[in-house]
Ligand binder design. Structure first.
Ligand code: SAM
Length: 327
């Protein structure tokens, strides 16, 4: 049966060949970023805006993906806030009543000014990357970022009652001492903090000594108690402690794989479907944008053939840096 026929018959889920229900799209809006985080890309690397999908092209692809079972969308990048048409893209996503959740991963620079409109357009949740609460260290780790601007964005999200998770990557010898302060943020406010283990991508990721395993942070915090997962495909292990208003989560893609429950597909800003962060298997959608049925077939085949597991622990060499895939 063709993909279109399957959709017409009301088959709304895409179950891949390993039995996973693929419903979560991570949609990268650009490779461009206003920061150069030390673990994401090199200082000299210039973010060339090669092909960058237009809002209409995202809309065409998303129409197809929704009919194939996508129910949750996260916009990411690069930095999604560098797109001037972000509000339009969010409202296009929100126009699909099938989509249950719309989130954004951002560095938060320039967020406060745009958040009221983004919320009105349909944005529901935020993940804000912030690896330290020390302004000088923040500037160093991001090669020039202004921590005050990020904090302003977080405050705005709180005033608009939009749920926020803080993403932090801990790098040995750089910000390992910051984990304590970030955890205390979850104690004092209803903000969840999630530690993401440094992945072997980018210049720093190749250096195994730079990775601080999440167990190390946990060992220093015996007060943290594990919580049951809120949903089966939850990538983080969440913890709480007495008196905490927020949760502390640990995402350990390298030391604790969650591939068996991975429900994600990634769309890069140059129009490729990438089925796994740590697998260079990609499908180019650009030649198929003009034909609805052909596009559906190509996307359905790519999703069905999602690789079983990532290959981080084998000598994985990414064809793209994190900002080029969409982290
Ligand atoms: N610009 C946005 C931001 O800063 O959140 C979205 C894109 S950024 C690539 C998405 C996430 O990827 C960030 O939370 C960042 O910390 C994470 N990231 C980038 N490189 C990483 C690496 N080598 N290992 C683990 N996480 C990484």
């Amino acid at each position: 049966m063709s993909a279109l026929a399957a959709v017409k018959k009301g088959i709304e889920k895409l179950i891949d060949r390993y039995g996973r229900d693929i419903y979560y799209l991570r949609m990268s809006l650009t490779e461009r970023c206003n920061l150069k985080c030390i673990y994401c890309r090199s200082e000299s690397e210039y973010c060339k805006a090669k092909t960058e999908l237009t809002a209409d092209q995202y809309s065409t692809i998303l129409n197809g993906l929704v009919s194939l079972g996508i129910r949750k969308v996260r916009v990411t990048g690069g930095e999604p806030l560098v797109r001037k048409d972000l509000e339009r893209i969010i409202s296009d996503i929100a126009s699909h009543e099938e989509i249950r959740e719309i989130c954004m991963t951002t560095n938060g620079i320039g967020l406060s000014e745009r958040l009221p409109e983004l919320k009105q357009a349909g944005l529901q949740r935020l993940n804000i990357s912030m690896d330290t609460l020390d302004p000088d260290l923040y500037r160093k780790m991001t090669r020039g970022g202004d921590l005050a601007a990020v904090l302003k964005g977080i405050e705005m999200a709180q005033s608009l009652e939009m749920p926020v998770k803080i993403n932090a990557v801990v790098v040995r010898g750089k910000n390992d001492q910051e984990a304590e302060r970030l955890i205390s943020l979850a104690k004092e406010s209803a903000i969840d903090i999630r530690f993401i283990e440094l992945m072997p991508m980018g210049v720093l990721g190749e250096d195994k000594n730079a990775r601080v395993r999440n167990e190390e942070i946990l060992r220093r915090h015996p007060e943290l108690r594990p919580l049951p997962p809120a949903y089966p495909s939850q990538p983080s292990m969440d913890y709480t402690a007495d008196g905490f208003k927020g949760k502390v989560g640990f995402i350990s893609p390298v030391s604790h794989k969650f591939c068996n429950v991975c429900n994600r597909v990634r769309l890069t800003s140059d129009g490729k479907l990438r089925m796994c962060l740590a697998n260079n298997y990609e499908t180019d959608l650009m030649p198929h944008l003009q034909s609805g049925e052909e596009l559906l077939q190509v996307m359905q085949a790519a999703m069905f053939n999602k690789p079983e597991c990532h290959t981080f622990e084998e000598a994985f060499h990414t064809s793209r840096t994190m900002n080029q895939i969409g982290g």
